[in-house]
Design a protein around this ligand. Structure first.
Ligand code: CP
Length: 318
């Protein structure tokens, strides 16, 4: 694996899941694999789970991890080619990324979308420019459109919680939120579940919240949440803002879309997932988050093993 940006970078998802679960059992099995190697963790946006889990994963492999909050502490970066830098940006990525490429063996980057211009966000300019100019492997810690470490974690967690000899039914449901959020987690979850191909996958959301079909193709899509939830083994809850029509907006905030125990009763005693952070009693009710069906903490703890499997794969490919 050269870079880790989307499900398309992974030739065998099940093999990567297996590797991650092996690391969960034996965290220090490859403690010398990354000896004398360094990973730069660049954050243009906030994070808790991604930052900590990737640091721990790197350390488990013997790597040194250096966190750089570019968004707060670094020079403002320019990403457009041939930009006349007479505005607020101070340094071009084509100057900064090669330097980082000399400091580090792997570069990992978190960058959110603006939610102002769909074409710009979906061009993934920031991550593409780092890949182009850093000269070393690049790992997405969540980009403008995708969150692959989260999605790999989600597949790992589903695999851990399902032992039946049949395909699980997985439902991705939209949930209300107080502000417009990126589509990244929902896009990415859809892309990974479709690429994995081992589940019956249903996406449910209110009208006007259609996601980009390049990620959802293969799933059943319905505006009827109750219908979608019937017989579900896993319910993945996430808010996202609009993709079509007016991009990055909130059209509907119907609290009736929040998952409750009454809705959960429609499912096959489904496990409930969320990437966190979560707005309690807006996106997900206390009764669900504090109840026996929630696996959100297990899910977040699996971020370490997903990151460790990906970093190990890249180290082995170098
Ligand atoms: N799920 C997730 O990416 O969490 P953080 O934003 O805290 O990293």
């Amino acid at each position: 694996m050269q870079n880790f940006i989307s499900a398309h970078d992974v030739p065998d998802i099940n093999a990567l899941v297996k590797k991650a679960l092996e690391y969960k059992t034996h965290p220090l099995h490859d403690k010398l694999l990354g000896a004398n190697k360094r990973i730069g963790l660049l954050f243009l946006n906030p994070s808790m789970r991604t930052r900590l889990s990737t640091q721990i994963a790197a350390q488990n492999l013997g790597m040194e991890a250096i966190v750089f909050n570019v968004g707060q502490e670094g020079w403002a970066l320019e990403f457009e080619e041939e930009a006349i830098m007479s505005g607020s940006t101070v340094e071009h990525v084509k100057d900064a990324a090669p330097v980082m490429g000399k400091y580090f063996d792997i570069l990992a980057i978190r960058t959110f979308p603006s939610l102002k211009n769909r074409e710009d966000d979906y061009s993934e300019l920031y991550i593409r420019q780092f890949i182009k100019y850093a000269g070393i492997p690049v790992v997405s810690l969540e980009s403008a459109t995708l969150h692959p470490l989260q999605s790999l974690t989600d597949i790992i967690t589903i695999r851990e919680n399902f032992n039946e000899q049949r395909r699980p039914k997985i439902v991705l449901t939209w949930a209300p939120h107080v502000k417009p959020l990126p589509q990244c987690v929902a896009n990415s979850f859809s892309q990974w579940v479709n690429a994995w191909g081992e589940a019956d996958f249903v996406i449910t959301h209110p009208e006007d919240y259609e996601l980009d079909m390049q990620f959802t193709n293969g799933a059943t899509i319905t505006h009827n949440q109750d219908e979608a939830l019937k017989g579900a083994d896993f319910v993945y809850v996430k808010n996202w803002s609009t993709f079509n029509n007016e991009y990055g907006k909130i059209y509907c905030n119907d609290p009736g879309w929040m998952l409750t125990n009454e809705k959960l009763a429609l499912t096959n005693n489904a496990k409930v997932m969320h990437c966190l952070p979560v707005r309690r009693n807006v996106e997900l009710s206390d009764e669900i988050l504090d109840g026996p069906n929630s696996i959100v903490t297990q899910e977040a703890s699996n971020r370490v093993w997903a990151a460790q499997a990906v970093l190990a794969e890249i180290l082995r490919s170098k």
